[in-house]
Ligand binder design. Sequence first.
Ligand code: HEM
Length: 513
Amino acid sequence: MLTISLIFGLVVALCCCVWLILGTRRRRPEEPPVENGVIPYLGCALQFGANPLEFLRARQKKYGQIFTCKLAGKFVHFLTDPFSYHSVIRQGKHFDWKKFHFSTSAKAFGHSSMDPSDGYTTENLHQTFIKTLQGDSLGSLIENMMENLQLVMLQSNTLKVASREWQTDGLYAFCYRVMFESGYLTLFGKELSSQGDKIAARQEAQRALILNALEHFKEFDKIFPALVAGLPIHVFKTAYSAREKLAEGLLHENLRKRDNMSDLISLRMFLNDTLSTFDDMGKAKTHLALLWASQANTLPATFWSLLYTIRNPDALRAATDEVHRVLEKASQKVSLDGKHISLKREELEDMPVLDSIIKEAMRLSSASMNIRVAKEDFTLHLDGNESYAIRKDDIIALYPQMVHLDPEVYEDPLTFKYDRFLDENGREKTIFYHKGRKLKYYYMPFGSGITMCPGRFFAVHEIKQFLCLLLSYFEMELVDKNVKLPTLDQSRAGLGILQPTHDIEFKYRLKSP
Ligand code: HEM
């Protein structure tokens, strides 16, 4: 008995020694201060995950503008001074931005690596995104989204708008349904009709398919943070099956039956077929990654933008006035006789109040993390002549929520101010200060530099279109006008716009013509 206890004790002691020698890091000269945490492998991951903002603020106070934390086996250098952000965003040569992104995507969606250096494809994804989400392609995305939003809001049975009675719904559920369905149709097009199909029956079949996809998307999205953290999807049976079903709907043989697909998806299909060695399901999963990228942040961002607008009488008045002004200038009339409102890109871009509302809503709800991986040992030069030694394969991270909620940059940072991003002439405000110096990086929900979201222009336009149409066609009220704001679901911190922890009831009805 004694011998077994002794052996067990020795094994535990040995494991602790191995962990102390291999798993913890000793700070070398010139390196940032380091915190190894107390849990083997995880390091500080649990404390960080519980409340990243508080965790980082406390370390910033203790260590200064840069410090290193062990998180799930990786050493992450957090850079907290926004004046030093450029040293990461602009210094491309020491950083690899692809490795982390490609491996995360492959892990979460289940496709083979999209990194050309791994040999499965020669596609330059970055170029594909820029070509098909910006420039001329953006115009057709916006045009189709405007049409699809009105189809979903007014013609399909997604909303109960047949009578003029008030309808009660969860605000998040409402935004989710309308934006998911419209966004899906805009990216992946509509199913081609068979001859003899009645339009109404075709629309209903289409809707049923997308609503099915929506349920699978929710199921899969719930475990997305766990997948990014490295847990295998097979642990989550329902989510795994949801992911596979979503991908099946995006097989090339199914997409070929669809009409009016976005440039993004048609080009990606072509490049999957010509430049890659992916199998059919692998190709479908690369489209699933795009479905996720196009919806996961847009859905909560739309919710926060609408909630803050209808909760704030000044914002609601200013937004409604702006929408009327732009519709009038574009000679567009709101009618319920089937003729849709059409606004061109330039007209949508002439809406500084809606722009400011959307920016402010995202400032308050965004918690993205900008990540780069060190390609080699090198010296990182920060603002104010400080330099630090960085080791190969370490991660450098920026956490812009620290700037978004810094009272020195944004006075009263937790309060929604609809005109925060408007200057004295009512145009976009771009000048913000920190410690008396003008800031370059004050607003970063879309990331930064080379990894900045390529869909950001479309994202802002589609949220603006959604608000514009709702304010034109509907009356809306919160069921409880004094309802408290839902808190932010921190389990997704680091991944983008945070979701609300619970929904808020609101009611809506069509305006009288
Ligand atoms: C409010 C809405 C959105 C937000 C806040 C958002 C934010 C982001 C962020 C933070 C990243 C990662 C940047 C990084 O790693 O540093 C990203 C990547 C990406 N986003 Fe968005 N996004 C939004 C909407 C969209 C939409 C509508 C699309 C497409 C239609 C889109 C397409 C993409 C793609 C393809 C990437 C990956 C880019 C790459 O790996 O090169 N996003 N987005």
